[in-house]
Write a protein that binds this ligand. Structure first.
Ligand code: SAM
Ligand code: ZN
Length: 215
């Protein structure tokens, strides 16, 4: 059942993009604000619904787990209007199969609620992809893209965003101790990739999936 409307915020025009969620009451650090609620669909259905090759990215998807994505477009809560920021005042938590938005700072009325989407990085990304997922959060700490950028690529991405399409460095080799973990991760990733339809902008990047605390 759809959760009741949160009394803590309302939807208004946002300077970041389109509509956003704005506090209408003081919100305490740690306070749970709303549930990111919507239709539970499979990853395949999400790929079918959202064509990312239409020149601009915009979805209401949030990955719940390997099998399920929440699509808040049609019947979702207003949490779907919470924009991304590289300097967030909220985070998302997955608890018992539900996605919640929680304040990580005290938030005053009229402040926009934002969390870090950290769209999943894909190794094949090129400068145009990084620019495609450009961030307009306006924070001094803005990394320029909504994508979660691996540490070794941060200087490269800065160059790309400045318009200098320098060559991508090789991915650093993993340390011995991490090899076993890495092997497992590669196997898991390969399984996941095989499940997904190939595309220039795989929809997985379109899903708010990270910075999620599992409890
Ligand atoms: C779940 S919607 C958020 C609500 C959206 N502003 C609206 O009016 O529908 C997610 C989409 O908003 C846009 N968006 C959110 N934060 C952004 C940011 N910091 N920079 C650029 N676009 C952003 C992207 O198009 C993203 O796919
Ligand atoms: Zn930003």
């Amino acid at each position: 059942m759809k959760p009741p409307k949160s009394p803590l915020y309302e939807v208004r025009r946002s300077k970041i993009q389109g509509r956003g969620a704005f506090a209408i009451k003081p919100i305490r650090k740690g306070q749970r604000i709303d549930e990111y609620w919507g239709e539970a669909i499979t990853h395949e259905e999400a790929d079918r619904r959202y064509d990312d090759n239409n020149g601009r990215h915009h979805t209401f998807l949030f990955v719940l787990d390997d099998d399920t994505v929440i699509d808040a477009r049609r019947k979702g809560t207003d949490a779907r209007y919470i924009n991304h920021s590289c300097e967030p005042n909220c985070e998302t938590i997955i608890e018992d199969g539900h996605i919640y938005i929680k304040a990580i700072k005290a938030i005053k009325p009229d402040e926009e609620l934002v969390y870090d989407y950290r769209f999943e990085w894909q190794d094949e990304y090129e400068p145009e992809d990084v620019r495609y997922y450009g961030c307009r959060c306006g924070s001094k700490k803005c990394r320029g893209t909504i994508l979660r950028v691996p540490v070794y690529l941060r200087p490269t991405i800065r160059e790309w965003l400045a318009g200098n399409d320098v060559k991508k460095p090789r991915k650093p080799a993993r340390k011995k101790a991490a090899k076993k973990v890495a092997k497992k991760a590669v196997k898991k990733a390969a399984k996941k990739t095989a499940k997904k339809a190939a595309g220039r902008h795989p929809h997985v990047a379109e899903r708010h999936a990270t910075r999620t605390v599992k409890r």
